[in-house]
Write a protein that binds this ligand. Structure first.
Ligand code: PEP
Ligand code: MG
Length: 841
């Protein structure tokens, strides 16, 4: 017999006892709160982590003294109580103290069968969890006549000892086995995955058993008061008569709690107890400021609350619960805002596969763009467009996508690719379009010729077969899955309205088309921070005119082509201004190199020669002449504006005429005109002089005045370094961190994917700098540019509009650097609004 160590500490949980979450664990703290709320919690003793650690290393706690706390020898249970409920812990052991004598007593009060069943279960769990005997042998013994004798015999055979009869010895052994289990390697690894520190300790609670087995109404169950998927008020849970612990959750025979068609309920069987449970729920919600799941036992018509845990919840439910608590005055709005994780919001903006429904997975890949959609399989962009024309939803499946698939992607409900990663073409475009997307699904096989997809389990799907793509989980599913609609409901809007009141940095959206702008408005962006106008020229009809402009042989020919583009651009801007209703709109002048508008293969060039009615040789020669060795660093951005001023002149005229038209329609706007890829002050001076001249011309012609702002996009290191002099001619600077990252690293945006994974894995870069702003390098240029610009012009407006704009880390950086706003893709606006509020609170 080991020596009892008198210094090992334990404490009865009373309203005033010293119970510390870090020492005694969350469960002890929670039980103390329930006791303070006057809920009927059975007597409970808490063991701090220091005691449990000492037990694990061989010390023996005074279990007899502990049992004396409980008075007249009730049975007890032991449960784990780590500092954080997510860290798990060893299995709960019930009915400690049961022995031959107690069994005989129970047989008198509860009947032979009930007494046998309890004793058999205790011997089984003690044998498996404490004596560590082979579970199979013990689990095979089913309760019933003779079972008790059999488990006791098996126990003696396996251990050479009779089953221990001393309750203190039983308790002491249970505590020791639970303390040791916590120290085991696999338990350690499991909890570390869940974020537990290596030194995380385990508290334990020893609690008097409320018997759910016996006379009158006796049983046990769990109850919660909200739906775990939607967060809406709804009583759910299970109750099972003559049961203990979590039995009710394990059997189909359990009663439901509320009346419905599934059968008799606790509400019908014991309405007053049910009402009492509802009252407990309301008290917990009000005082613990949380939706709790309550574990209860009924013993001969008396309720006992054994435990309460935070209701497990989806993101959607979490948001709803936080808003409901704040609306009811239980928590302040800022706490509701802080309770929702910004990055989690993105899954609420889209349809989701209902987690309660079945899931027949046929392929797995990278979850590249969130949301879910069902539709017919198509294998080409043409088929996708044809499907859209018929009004049928389709899922586009490709090995990988290329620019010519964009229209196919537009026509699809979701996109699945065999290859690619988070920054592949399909992933980037799908995120921009808000389409669910799974990439790198290499466990499926595609036969593009036969147009069939072979799933990892060998099932074959043909074009036209219906599947569901879950871009949030990175899975393709057979058939139509049950869906939850986007959660852009009243709670969502309320939470973000509160967030807006707390944040101190503006959030705009990058929007190129009216549909992007409409999305930006829906997500309540405070304006457009970047409209990439060239995206307006890729549409079929305009592409032809654009190509005519590129191939013009004389200024007159070019002017004629531009004159045809002018009304189209003006229309684009009128539409944008209409949608944005007076909110600021920042329009970037033409940026890409011209060869991007030309076909690259022979067939395409032949088609172009036909369309332009020019000899193929001339078209080929001119196309060759426009080709660049390094197009990202060539004739693009303001360089085009300087050398071919007519394009910018046309765009400026279109912007100003649209401004006048919008004012006349009752939506006045002050447009912001932005010059891309600047590296020298002189570039800005030249473009500014011309744009001012166009403005004067439009004013004179229309006899109407209007205002506008002119600013510069800082995308080259030199522009950041020379921001002081550039700001002399700019009302605002917007940092284009995509190009700025590219040029700071000397690393092509389009080629970085080839080695970025290796670089990150090898720890050369901490993260992909095209995803997470490189605070040390690119960030320093941002700070330098901001400081030098503001030194020239105190009221200079500063912003960021690269892909980084929506990341919480970049928002943090920009906020601290005193930027006025960040601009990000429309679908990231809600996350950015919430993240900005978290940073300000
Ligand atoms: C940038 O370079 O950061 C930017 C926003 O422009 P684009 O991505 O169009 O080059
Ligand atoms: Mg750029």
């Amino acid at each position: 017999m080991q020596k009892i160590d008198p210094i090992l500490e334990f404490v009865e949980i009373t309203p005033t006892a010293r119970i510390v979450p870090d020492e005694h664990g969350w469960r002890s703290k929670c039980l103390q709160r329930l006791i303070r709320l006057d809920l009927p919690v059975p007597k409970t003793v808490a063991l701090p982590a220091a005691t449990v650690r000492a037990i694990a290393s061989g010390h023996v706690v005074n279990a007899r003294a502990m049992l004396e706390v409980f008075g007249d020898g009730p049975l007890v249970s032991v449960r784990p109580s780590p500092a954080n409920p997510d860290w798990g812990g060893p299995a709960t052991i019930l009915n400690i103290g049961l022995n031959d004598a107690r069994h005989a007593q129970l047989a008198l009060t509860h009947g032979e069968a009930a007494a046998d069943a309890l004793y058999v279960r205790f011997v089984q769990s003690y044998a498996i969890h404490v004596a560590r005997l082979d579970p199979d042998a013990f689990e095979e013994i089913k309760p019933g006549p003779g079972a008790l004798a059999e488990v006791l015999r098996l126990y003696r055979n396996e251990t050479d000892d009779p089953f221990p009869q001393d309750p203190a010895q039983q308790l002491s052994e249970v505590l020791r086995s639970m303390a040791r289990a916590w120290e085991g390697t696999s338990a350690r690894l499991l909890r570390q995955v869940k974020g537990a520190p290596p030194e995380a300790g385990l508290g334990l609670v020893v609690q008097a058993m409320a018997q759910g087995i016996g006379q009158g109404i006796s049983g046990s169950g769990v109850i919660q008061f909200v739906d775990p998927v939607t967060g809406l008020p709804q009583v759910t849970g299970r109750y099972l008569g003559q049961s203990q612990g979590r039995d009710a959750l394990k059997t189909e025979a359990a009663l439901y709690l509320t009346c419905d068609k599934r059968g008799p309920s606790l509400e019908e069987v014991a309405p007053e107890l049910f009402a009492e449970l509802l009252r407990f729920g309301a008290v917990c919600r009000q005082r613990l400021r949380e939706e709790m799941q309550i574990e209860f036992t009924i013993e001969d018509g008396r309720l006992a609350v054994l435990d309460a845990v935070k209701v497990q919840r989806s993101v959607r439910a979490g948001l709803h619960i936080a808003v409901a608590l704040a609306r009811d005055g239980v928590i302040p709005p800022q706490e509701a805002v802080l309770r929702v994780e910004p990055r989690a919001l993105s899954e609420l903006l889209h349809h989701q596969v209902d987690p309660r429904g079945p899931r027949d997975v046929i392929a797995r890949g990278i979850a590249a763009s969130p949301g879910a959609a069902s539709g017919k399989l198509v294998f080409t962009s043409d088929a996708a467009q044809a499907s859209a024309a018929r009004g049928e939803a389709c899922i586009l499946v490709r090995r990988e996508t290329a620019p010519e698939d964009i229209r196919g992607m537009h026509s699809s409900a979701a996109v699945l690719t065999e290859r690619g990663g988070m920054t592949s073409h399909a992933a980037v475009i799908a995120r921009g379009l808000g389409l669910p997307c799974v990439v790198g699904a290499s466990d499926m096989r595609l036969d593009m010729r036969e147009r069939k997809l072979t799933a990892s389990d060998g099932r074959v799907f043909h074009e036209g077969d219906v599947i569901t793509l879950d871009g949030s989980k990175g899975q393709a599913l057979a058939g139509v899955a049950d869906m939850l609609p986007p959660a852009l409901d009243d709670s969502f809007r309320q939470l973000l309205a509160w967030a807006d009141a707390f944040r101190d940095i503006g959030i705009r959206a990058n929007a190129d088309t009216p549909s992007d702008a409409a999305t930006a408005r829906r997500f309540e962006a405070q304006g457009i921070g970047l409209c990439r106008t060239e995206h307006m020229f890729f549409e079929e009809e305009r592409l032809v005119v654009m190509r005519e402009m590129i191939f013009a042989n004389s200024p007159e020919e070019r002017a004629a082509a531009l004159a045809r583009l002018l009304p189209m651009q003006r229309d684009d801007f009128v539409q944008l201004f209409d949608i944005m209703q007076g909110l600021p709109v920042c329009i970037r002048l033409f940026d890409p190199p011209l060869h991007e508008f030309l076909p690259h293969d022979r067939d395409g060039l032949r088609g172009l020669a036909e369309a332009l009615d020019r000899p193929l040789s001339e078209v080929t020669r001119r196309a060759d002449a426009l080709r660049e060795v390094n197009p990202m660093l060539g004739m693009r951005g303001v360089r085009l504006g300087v050398v071919l001023p007519e394009i910018y002149n046309m765009q400026a005229q279109a912007i100003f005429e649209a401004t006048i038209e919008s004012a006349q329609r009752g939506a006045p706007i002050v447009p912001e005109v932005m010059i891309p890829l600047v590296s020298a002050k002189r570039e800005v001076e030249m473009v500014k002089a011309r744009i001012d001249a166009v403005a004067a011309m439009v004013r004179t012609h229309a006899k109407v005045d209007f205002d506008y702002k002119l600013g510069v996009m800082v995308e080259t290191p030199r522009a950041a370094l020379r921001a002081g002099e550039i700001a002399q001619h700019a009302g605002f600077l917007s940092f284009g961190t995509n190009d700025l990252t590219q040029m700071t690293y000397g690393l092509s945006r389009d080629d970085a994917g080839r080695f970025m994974n290796s670089y990150v894995q090898l720890g050369v870069f901490p993260e992909d700098p095209f995803h997470i702003l490189d605070v040390d390098g690119v960030g320093e240029l941002l700070l330098m540019g901001a400081e030098r610009g503001r030194a020239t012009r105190k009221d200079l407006t500063l912003s960021i509009c690269g892909e980084h704009g929506g990341n919480p880390e970049s928002i943090d950086f920009c906020r601290r650097a005193g930027f006025d706003y960040v601009s990000c893709s429309p679908y990231r606006v809600p996350m950015a609004r919430l993240a900005a509020a978290h940073l300000a609170l």
